[in-house]
Design a protein around this ligand. Structure first.
Ligand SMILES: Nc1ncnc2c1ncn2[C@@H]1O[C@H](COP(=O)(O)OP(=O)(O)OP(=O)(O)O)[C@@H](O)[C@H]1O
Ligand SMILES: [Mg+2]
Length: 254
């Protein structure tokens, strides 16, 4: 299969410090990849280079075989590369339904229409309903963001990302800060994602990683030191060494 996303030889330094050092990665449709690594390894920086939120010093990013190296985040999103929104980008006084309506209208280039009129658009309403139920948010559709639990806000971020109909979804620690009692919802949502969507998830919770990922990529000090099946990662000597000092044992992370 040809890759839907390809990062080629990406490099990024901050000041004198090389944070991403010649990283290449390919994602294919349907991939379920966990990107793990010690704190400060460069995981978030890598995602920022891929999305175009940060400019790389060198290297290329391709979506569906076409270079987007010189495109900004909006153009990359338009081509199907979407990261989950950050909670801080949610509007406290807007409901879950309103957020989704805006995302859908924006995707379809219809934001000039009055936001309030989406209820008269059956297709938009149907799509909102599907997204809310996929993420288990049906019961809070009309609640304002400020009134829903943090875990549900994170689910709403994923719903907003899906509303853009991505081909590649990048999730940076989707379960971070979510109470243990709510992580099951996030896991269920992840398990329900479209089969042909390629997903790359940064995650520290190794239990979640092992349940979600069919492939694990380990980044340490800006370089990929492991790329393979989850069953092999904890046995890998280089991975164990990279985690020494960060975590006593990769299996026990968090
Ligand atoms: N804008 C920036 N300017 C300077 N240094 C930065 C910047 N962003 C990140 N860094 C540094 O780059 C390194 C990698 O950071 P990054 O956030 O990518 O790590 P990470 O793997 O996502 O870590 P974590 O698991 O803690 O989220 C760190 O040393 C960090 O301090
Ligand atoms: Mg990070």
């Amino acid at each position: 299969m040809s890759p839907i996303l390809e990062a080629r030889n990406l490099q990024k330094a901050f000041g004198g410090l090389k944070v991403i050092d010649d990283v290449s990665l390919r994602l294919e449709p349907g991939d379920r990849v966990a990107l793990i690594g010690p704190n400060g390894a460069g995981k978030t920086t890598f995602v920022n280079l891929v999305t175009g939120n940060l400019r790389s010093d060198s290297g290329d990013v391709l979506i569906g075989g076409a270079s987007v190296t010189h495109s900004g985040p909006a153009e990359r999103a338009h081509r199907g590369l979407v990261r989950s929104f950050q909670v801080t980008r949610l509007f406290q006084d807007m409901t879950a339904e309103e957020h989704l309506a805006l995302a859908i209208l924006e995707r379809d280039g219809k934001t000039h229409r009055l936001a309030g009129s989406y209820r008269a658009m059956p297709q938009v309403m149907r799509e909102i309903g599907i997204l809310l139920s996929t993420l288990g948010l049906g019961t809070v559709a009309h609640r304002k963001v400020r009134e829903i639990a943090y875990g549900q806000q994170r689910l709403l971020e994923i719903a907003l990302a899906l509303a853009l109909r991505p081909k590649v979804l990048l999730l940076d620690e989707p379960a971070a800060g979510v109470p243990q009692s709510d992580t099951g919802r996030i896991e269920a949502a992840l398990a329900d994602l479209p089969a042909d969507l390629a997903v790359l998830m940064i995650e520290h919770d190794m239990d979640l990683v092992f349940r979600f990922a069919r492939r694990v990529v380990v980044l340490a000090a800006g370089a990929i030191i492991f790329d393979g099946p989850p069953q092999a990662v904890t046995r890998d000597q280089r991975v164990r060494e990279a985690y020494l000092g960060s975590y006593a044992n990769v299996r026990r992370a968090h």
